[in-house]
Design a protein around this ligand. Sequence first.
Ligand SMILES: Cc1ncc(COP(=O)(O)O)c(C=O)c1O
Length: 413
Amino acid sequence: MMFTQQEINEIRKDFEYLQGNPKVIYFDNGATSQKPKKVTDALVEYYQYENGNPHRGAHYFAMKSTEVYEGSRERVAHFIGAKKPAEVVFLRNATEALNLLAYSYGLYHLEYGDEILISILEHHSNLVPWQFVAQKTGAEMVFLRPDEDMQITEEELLQKVTSRTRIFSVTAASNVVGTMPDVKTLIRKVREIAPDVCCIVDASQYVPHHKLDVTDLDCDFLVFSGHKMLSAMGIGVLYGKEERLNAMEPFFYGGDMIEYVYECKSSYLPSPQRFEAGTVNVGGAKSLAVAMDYLEALGMDKILEYESALMNYAYDKMKKLDDVDIYTTSNLKRSPVLSFNIKDVHPHDVASILEHYHIAVRSGHHCAQPLHRSLGMNFSCRASFAFYNTFEEIDAFINHMEDVRRMMGLGLE
Ligand SMILES: Cc1ncc(COP(=O)(O)O)c(C=O)c1O
């Protein structure tokens, strides 16, 4: 059963800014979500009553912060379906996690002639680190290119994967065109041809909206950032199969990741400490655990159903507008991001005019320049939705879209 209007009104009360500024329409959820009070309260609670440096010391504060931190890891492991908390590494964000994989896996395992298979849909965070690996090792970048409706077909996959494919890294949900590839099937098919491949999933735009089960996906690694799914910034997750993580070299070296240290050599702890050198972000980890509690209490299925309804409503309304090009896939299995351009108007002008009506949309290349180029343009606008958005907000947004060309002094064609 979908959220009722009454339920959405109640949910919006958890978000102080939205509640206090009812005219503000926040449609940049793909960049970062707003935070419910439970999450900000949890952060304050941590710093007021629980703050200590975890894993160090026998006093109350050290033990309390260790309990909070490791408890959060257990919560995250449960939320994503990991087999053990040790498969969850806390990092700053998805970008750091992908860089870790590039340095600690890519540089060690790839050589000249090997192939790195990604898609042209990828965010720069799942592209630029692999370019670095390719340049350093002599491996080749190979790109999956979607069809006209932005879908990655099986034929395309079978044409691009070879026995030299060593890394397959793909988004579970595009931040621009909304495509949600069937990642589980893609991974299975890639492994049939390249059994030694390392399969990585960028779930940054997927976890805020969908139930996730990494064990069922059977990926080797998966990454996401907390801030897009209600938590504080500065906390993200690298999931990895335990044997993969423990076979990898560390990325950062220093305190808290070692076992024994001698003058000229050291031995390292297993995952997750191996990859968490230095003082960690306990408050952030706690905020992520509380964000997950909050999402699960609402119900991931209900969130998905409501956000899909919002997305379909916005997509259908926008389709009816003159002089608007939509880039989001028409496939109903899509994440709630609506990318578009208004004819003859620069996206920054569109965003500025909408801002005049207190509507926040993103404009630019959305960290996906190759994707934009492949679509024959440089920039676009993007409205991205969350469960605290409403159908009325979409009506207002669509109405004001009609003003944009007029305000730019352009007539309807
Ligand atoms: C699909 C995707 N991957 C990766 C990222 C990078 O996230 P972060 O900047 O939090 O590391 C983003 C952020 O927009 C994204 O949308």
